[in-house]
Design a protein around this ligand. Structure first.
Ligand SMILES: [Fe+2]
Length: 260
């Protein structure tokens, strides 16, 4: 038996749906309670749903009792501050695991390539139930920023760059695709990230929003791309050598890098 997956992800592992009219909404994220949580890049997080409703962002499997990334419990203080964001997360109708707003400071292409990682959403997820994927709803106007996706972390030829204007909505199988955001700008980027269980509700939500499973990436200077890849590969090699000497390895990093 395997997990239930949606066919729309078969081709590319991601699906872009119609943009949301973000500019019509108040900037609720500016009032949320953020907690420090080291992820891929310089980040903080504001949890809307956590493992047991506390103001924290740890992986659901790191709690007692441990659980998979489903059945998130709404964090009352933050959902009171952000009812519209909460309603958006809930409108899909699928089982919600983690739900949080990420704050990401500006970075470079090389930083983002270095930060490429896959999530561990389906740890403890029983076979026969829905595969957990993540939606990313960009809140701030970051038209020059992109979600970098790669099927093969070390092969730039597999790279797709999804632009992130305000209202952009993309659902990603983040356990399949390496991902990280290259955020250009001078102020932080904010994005609503929600874990959903694959099933009829998520399928219906996606199908009703003109899903697109492939795009032409915005142009990137080949020299910048090459230099960024070389920088990231070099840093990664140093890190892996250090990890090997500490006998910790990549698994521990995967636990930390759970968002983008
Ligand atoms: Fe991630």
């Amino acid at each position: 038996m395997t997990h239930t997956k949606l066919p729309v992800f078969d081709e590319s592992g991601y699906v872009i749906v119609d943009s949301y009219n973000q500019n019509a909404d108040p900037r609720e994220w500016e009032n949320l309670v953020f907690v420090d949580w080291k992820s891929s890049g310089d980040t903080r997080f504001a949890p809307l749903a956590s493992a047991y409703g506390d103001m924290e962002c740890d992986g659901f499997w790191n709690h007692t009792p441990p659980k998979t990334d489903k059945d998130g419990v709404w964090v009352q203080e933050n959902i009171d501050i952000a009812p519209i964001l909460t309603a958006r997360a809930q409108e899909v109708g699928a089982n919600v695991g983690r739900c949080r707003v990420i704050e990401l400071q500006p970075n470079t292409y090389a930083d983002a390539v270095y930060n490429l990682h896959r999530d561990d959403n389906n740890r403890l997820n029983p076979e026969g139930t829905g595969w957990i994927v993540r939606s990313f709803c960009n809140l701030t106007a970051d038209s020059d920023s992109v979600m970098i996706l790669r099927e093969d972390r070390d092969d730039p030829a597999t790279e797709v760059r999804v632009p992130l204007p305000a209202g952009a909505q993309v659902v990603i199988d983040t356990q399949r695709l390496y991902h990280a955001v290259w955020h250009q700008g001078v102020v932080p980027r904010y994005c609503l990230i929600t874990s959903y269980e694959s099933g009829p509700a998520l399928d219906s939500w996606i199908s009703a929003r003109n899903p697109v499973t492939g795009i032409d990436s915005p142009h990137l200077d080949p020299e910048l791309m090459s230099a960024g890849n070389e920088s990231a590969m070099s840093k990664r090699a140093s890190r892996e050598a250090a990890s090997a000497s500490m006998d910790s390895g990549m698994d521990s990093r995967m636990e930390v890098l759970s968002e983008a």
